[in-house]
Design a protein around this ligand. Structure first.
Ligand SMILES: [Zn+2]
Length: 465
């Protein structure tokens, strides 16, 4: 950091920070960096096919300009990660990890109304693949770190900034590798903030009034990608065959696809139900609430906010792959299938036992890829600080912890004992569906959302001024 340290003084109110040249430059850089990062094509096609290095170099340069000493760490040629530490003012405070991924999912240009890697800024929006997922956030963090350097400002806690490769595939070249091979860079970190949360969801209260909800990720279902296989007796398709592998497998897949998993409320999903109900003025679960009987009806009453909780009150198991046979008059001796399973915290054993039952005696199943569920405390001071920062810039909104349907890099850092939260603050206007933008066609982000996000992050990371 430059010059004399200065933490915020009492006169530095949030309102005062809304003005001035420093903030203009923070805004300008957040927008420009988003646009420039989008122009660096970091498409991750999976299976090791990706190249984040140019974006990592871009980020490292901007961190160096801010007086930091970023490490550029390559897990394989072209697969680069960046980590830097910003010393806080309180040496006794544990460090906080702020992470964002540099890769993006593929984009099919013919379906877009603007070229997906243009980074064009038009009509108050920055366009392109990665705008919300999640180069916008990476840009906000870069701009913020430079804002602090210019102003001689410092966060209270040590902040470790990590920009990763390969989040959109297995994280094998990114966070998983970093956590395993370079754990020392995260020393002292007790909590982390990353993607999936902190954005506006527009809903309506029971009486019709518009309500703004900010979900903050405080849990993730675990991943259980399964491979099912059945063996049988091969033979001619015209003969009677009571040991047909295809029939056995198909029956098991059908049972799995049709299975309704029981409601399992975890501390996070329970807090989500209570929080959304309170925000909408709907009666919250009270005495006599029977999760199996009453949860679906309660969620149905949440309207536009229902999807914040509906997918995560249960485990799930979606059949996705079928492989068997090759010729219509030949019964093959084996058949296999893939199932995308997602498992709630605490439900791992139940999930496995249910799979044993659903597959039956004829079909074997095994984990092809497995990652554990995550659950972070929703009553921790860090959660209160995220809520406070959001409400400082959007008074009257509601901040609600949610469990994520799938996984993020937070899972990898959890291996180091770091509690992960989904917090990439963005204020979105009604009509811009955050969920649809993720991995979607015409991904874009409002300039205003980036301005808001940079301010909320600043307040969260430095504390109320
Ligand atoms: Zn993402």
């Amino acid at each position: 950091m430059h010059e004399a340290e200065r933490t915020g003084t009492a006169s530095d109110t949030a309102a005062a920070l809304e003005t001035g040249e420093g903030l203009d430059r923070l805004d300008e850089e957040a927008v420009r960096f988003t646009s420039e990062l989008i122009r660096i094509d970091t498409t991750n096609r999976g299976g090791g096919d990706g190249r984040e290095r140019p974006a990592a170099e871009y980020a490292a340069e901007r961190l160096s300009d801010a007086g930091l000493a970023p490490r550029l760490l390559e897990s394989a040629p072209g697969r680069a990660n960046v980590v830097a530490r910003i010393p806080g003012t309180d040496p006794d405070a544990p460090a906080l990890l702020v992470h964002g991924h540099l890769d993006v999912v593929p984009a099919e240009p013919s379906r877009w109304s603007r070229p997906p890697f243009s980074g064009e800024v038009a009509d108050g929006l920055v366009w392109g693949r990665g705008a919300v997922d999640m180069k916008g956030t990476v840009a906000m963090v870069l701009a913020l770190v430079r804002f602090w350097a210019r102003g001689g400002l410092r966060p209270r806690r040590d902040i470790v900034v990590a920009f990763t490769a390969d989040e959109e595939d297995s994280a094998a070249y990114g966070a998983e590798w970093l956590a395993r091979e370079h754990a020392e860079l995260f020393a002292g970190c007790t909590e982390a903030v990353g993607e999936s949360g902190g954005h506006t969801v527009h809903a309506r209260a029971a009486d019709g009034t518009p309500v703004r909800i900010y979900p903050v990720g405080a849990g993730e279902r675990g991943t259980a990608w399964l491979r099912l296989s059945a063996r049988g007796t091969a033979g001619h398709g015209s003969k009677t065959n009571t040991d047909n592998a295809v029939s056995a497998l198909a029956a098991a897949v059908a049972r799995i696809g049709a299975h309704t998993w029981p409601v399992r409320l975890t501390p996070v999903t329970r807090a989500a139900l209570d929080g959304v109900a309170a925000a909408l003025g709907v009666d919250a679960p009270a005495a006599g609430f029977d999760p199996q009987r009453d949860t679906d009806a309660l969620i149905d009453g949440f309207g536009a906010a229902a999807e914040l909780v509906r997918p995560t009150v249960r485990c799930s198991s979606a059949p996705t792959v079928l492989e068997a046979g090759g010729k219509v008059n030949v019964v093959p001796d084996r058949a296999s299938a893939g199932i995308d399973g997602r498992v709630l915290p605490g439900a791992e054993e139940e999930f496995a036992a249910t799979l044993d039952e659903l597959t039956g005696d004829r079909v074997q199943w095994e984990y092809q890829h497995r990652s554990r569920p995550l659950q972070s405390p929703v009553d921790a001071p860090v959660f209160a600080a995220m809520r406070e920062a959001l409400l400082a810039f959007d008074p009257g909104a509601h901040v609600v912890p949610v469990c994520l349907t799938g996984g993020t890099d937070a899972k990898q850092f959890a291996e180091l004992g770091i509690a992960g939260y989904g917090f990439s603050p963005l204020r979105l206007p009604p009509g811009l569906d955050h969920g649809a933008l993720f991995h979607g066609v015409d991904e874009r982000i409002p300039v205003e959302a980036l301005r808001f996000g940079a301010r909320v992050l600043d307040r969260f990371l430095r504390g109320p001024s």
